[in-house]
Structure formats: structure tokens, C-alpha cells
Design a protein around this ligand. Structure first.
Ligand code: FES
Length: 146
């Protein structure tokens, strides 16, 4: 290998190893402002579906929302609004389902029940479901990630 070839390989290696650092440096926000969410909103809300989607199946489930799972249903005490919870049961991790007839989330594994606001109605779970801030804008359902 001659000197020129060696220097070419060293240069290519340096550029390749520096690329991830350059990408991170260019994508960080040096003024500490909130970065827009993936859908372009700067308030942290993400569109997770439409009212039509919700009415079609009675719930919207996203198992990859903000690093966790998300379940959105109509708020039983105000059907024009929605509630959003992490449907992962705090007892042993099964996914709860919304039961419209009972206005509650039910765990299929050991029958814990949770109110629409995530609070425990019936054990064995002792801790409630985590909730998300959610709202309706026009026909869109928006949820704020954590
Ligand atoms: S995992 Fe939900 S009640 Fe046990």
C-alpha cells in the first residue's frame, strides 16, 4: 500500500467515524427550545387518529407511542372528549381493554378493573394506569407524549 492509498483510507475512516457526531450536533437545539414533535407540533402533542377511527372500533391502540403503549377511548362522562391511558396493567403487564358497557378498563389476566381516569376499581392491581394528556381538535385526536 502506498502512502497516497493509506491516507485515502485514513480520511474515509475519519469521515465515517465523525458522521454520527456531526448528525447529533446538527440536530440538537442550542437554545433549549422545545423541538417540534415528529408530526411538526411544538406543543408536544401527536395526532394518533381520528374521531372516525375511534368510533369505528371504540378505541385506538398504539403499542409504540412515546416508548410505551397508548389506548384512547371516548370519555364516558363527556363523550365529546377522549381519555388516553397506558394500557399496560401495573399488576403483571397484560394489556387492558376498554369495556364500554362497564365504563372501565378490564385486565384479561387477573380481572383488575380501572376507571376511565386510570384509577383502580378492583384488584389485584394496586396501582392505577398511567394516563396521557389528550384532546380533540376538529376530527383529530391528539395525545401528548411523556
Ligand atoms: S396483569 Fe392485570 S390484573 Fe394481573
Amino acid at each position: 500500500m502506498d502512502r497516497r492509498t493509506f491516507l485515502s483510507w485514513v480520511s474515509v475512516g475519519w469521515v465515517a467515524s465523525s458522521l454520527p457526531v456531526a448528525i447529533v450536533a446538527c440536530s440538537s437545539n442550542s437554545q433549549g427550545e422545545a423541538k417540534p414533535a415528529a408530526n411538526g407540533r411544538s406543543d408536544g402533542f401527536t395526532t394518533v387518529g381520528t374521531i372516525a377511527d375511534l368510533d369505528k372500533s371504540g378505541q385506538i391502540l398504539n403499542e409504540q407511542f412515546s416508548g410505551a403503549a397508548l389506548l384512547v377511548v371516548r370519555n364516558p362522562s363527556d363523550p365529546k372528549s377522549v381519555v388516553a391511558v397506558n394500557p399496560t396493567c401495573p399488576h403483571q403487564g397484560c394489556l387492558v381493554n376498554w369495556k364500554t358497557e362497564r365504563n372501565s378498563f378490564a385486565c384479561p389476566c387477573h380481572q383488575s378493573l380501572f376507571a376511565a381516569d386510570g384509577k383502580v376499581l378492583q384488584g389485584p392491581a394496586v396501582k392505577g394506569l398511567a394516563t396521557y394528556e389528550a384532546k380533540v381538535e376538529g376530527n383529530s385526536i391528539l395525545v401528548k407524549g411523556k
